[in-house]
Write a protein that binds this ligand. Sequence first.
Ligand SMILES: [Zn+2]
Length: 282
Amino acid sequence: METENRKTDYLILVNKQNPLPDDWSERIDTVHCTNSLGMDVEAEITAYEAYLKLKEDLENDDIIVDLDSALRSKEIQEQIAADFTKEYGEEYTAKIVAVPGYSEHHTGLALDLYLNVNGEDIYFNFEMMEYAPLWEKIHQRITDYGFILRYPREREHITGYVYEPWHIRYVGCEAAREIHDQKLTLEEYLKGEREYVPLIDYGHSELYTAEELREMAILIKCRFAAWRGCHLRSLAYAGNGEKTVFVMKYVTDTDSEEKEGSWFLRKTTRGDWVIDRYLASE
Ligand SMILES: [Zn+2]
């Protein structure tokens, strides 16, 4: 896109393994806007201009979106983490809120959208999830404006995050097209290598629903995404002793021999699944 800023690296990777570079704020120009909820939103200028074009295109089809959150400073991320901890406890916060310094929102290139359906703003995550066909239509358009769906389904072991239909990331049109057409994650695109597709075996359980087992596996995959140089091969539900167990196999960049270990999970009194510990097999 001709308006791209030369000092800004639109392919910057910030995830659970890669923190935001210290000088990043000097490498972007930002812009402020006010969303329909009256909140001030700050974003990187090229990403914001691309978003405006996307928004206009969607409006021609009566799809109304707005910007919930874009650029977040480390200080704001710290505040969010503190608020969540107070409200929901440490375990839940660790699951849902990025560690300050490691959130893609620090780049200003990640945008969280919300919907307006029949004149009503839909901005709570669980509510937005109910509009799958609408999100599908939105996702079909974002590539043309240089955005990718950053956290697609079943890629948690690479991205570190569960499917978020509202979180789009500006990478520029060329990269967006390639990432979309080749069904890659940003991580794979930058590495120039496709990740192995792990085998996930939910086994059979009389204790848990398929949905619960899926949720547990996602939790493990999100945690695994922080393991540097490691690649997931398989994850299998191995039943219930004192704790719920998943057996994991993985390889590393330097050793192609499979390693194995077990994840132990439990349910909190709040009803959330949490990881208790990981135990490597001998
Ligand atoms: Zn987001």
